[in-house]
Design a protein around this ligand. Structure first.
Ligand SMILES: C[S@@+](CC[C@H](N)C(=O)[O-])C[C@H]1O[C@@H](n2cnc3c(N)ncnc32)[C@H](O)[C@@H]1O
Length: 272
């Protein structure tokens, strides 16, 4: 799909006014987790550029008359190169369009929002960032796993699990911390490396761990296991992206705090 061709059909709603770009966090899946500000941006934009992790329920909130273009990336398959996308946003904003750049979760957490904002600022385009609920917050809440808990976890670290040349270049000594929660984004392909490095740096093999697939979606799956069994369990359940990995003693609290299973009726977006 050629974004340039499509855009020629889109005209600014308010001709003569300066264009702008909203970098908007769509949250982890459940449309009710969108902020009011995000919804207003979706409803008022001339053009929406959305990523792979923005689900159908959120896309259905886009007004029918508004043009929406998929610009997402799949692994090893960059749909629209980042530089081309940045340039495109600048050009369209210069034409006077109000663009809603819709991203999964939060734009500033593993979302390239900061890179896009830098490009927009360099081109003098008025821009704002509308935060979204990041996958760590959404998935942990909907799985009944608190990221911190007095006496169990004194902090939480969000880590990229994205492999570079088959390796994860992280400070494993610092990460293998017993009273700390670790949340790995994009880590499904790196599970072996994650569990073996953490074990090699002192984290106990029986440390509780969870895999949350499609968190906050109606088909969310949560698999609880231990550090040493992470890879085996992910394979056994054939988990797919997007999956978030949570490691730490707090995972054991899910047994008690799994509020979604205990709730009748269940929240609209989960399990129905
Ligand atoms: C490129 S990062 C984008 C993160 C996003 N900006 C955020 O704040 O959540 C993509 C990774 O986030 C995690 N992720 C995002 N949404 C998720 C969801 N609904 N369920 C599970 N994991 C999710 C997965 O680890 C996925 O590989």
């Amino acid at each position: 799909m050629n974004i340039k061709t499509l855009s020629q059909l889109t005209q600014p709603k308010h001709a003569g006014t300066a264009g702008r770009v909203d970098l908007v966090g769509a949250g982890p899946g459940d449309p009710e987790l969108l902020t009011l500000k995000a919804l207003r941006s979706i409803e008022s934009a001339d053009l929406i550029l959305y990523d792979r992790l923005v689900g159908d329920e959120i896309l259905s909130l886009i007004p029918q008359k508004t043009r929406a273009i998929y610009v997402g990336k799949a692994k090893h398959n960059h749909c629209v190169p980042q530089e081309q996308l940045n340039q495109f946003m600048v050009e369209q904003a210069q034409r006077g369009l109000h663009i809603c750049r819709l991203k999964g979760g939060d734009p500033f957490i593993f979302g390239r929002g900061s890179e896009e904002l830098m490009e927009l600022q360099a081109a003098g385009i008025a821009s704002q960032v509308i935060p979204g609920i990041t996958a760590a917050a959404g998935c942990s809440s909907y799985a009944g796993i608190p990221l911190t808990h007095r006496g169990l976890s004194r902090g939480c670290t969000f880590v990229t699990g994205h492999l570079k040349d088959g390796k994860l270049d992280l400070n494993w000594t610092q990460l293998a911390n017993v009273d700390h929660t670790l949340v790995f984004y994009m880590g499904l392909s790196a599970l072996n490396e994650i569990s073996s490095q953490l074990a090699a740096h002192g984290l106990a093999a029986d440390t509780p761990a969870a895999l949350v697939e499609k968190g906050c979606h109606s088909d969310q799956r949560v698999v609880t296991t231990t550090l040493s069994e992470l890879t085996e369990q992910a394979d056994h359940h054939q988990l797919e992206s997007p999956t978030l990995i949570i490691i730490g003693q707090v995972v054991a609290l899910r047994e008690q705090l799994n509020w979604i299973e205990q709730m009748t009726p269940r929240p609209m977006a989960v399990g129905e």
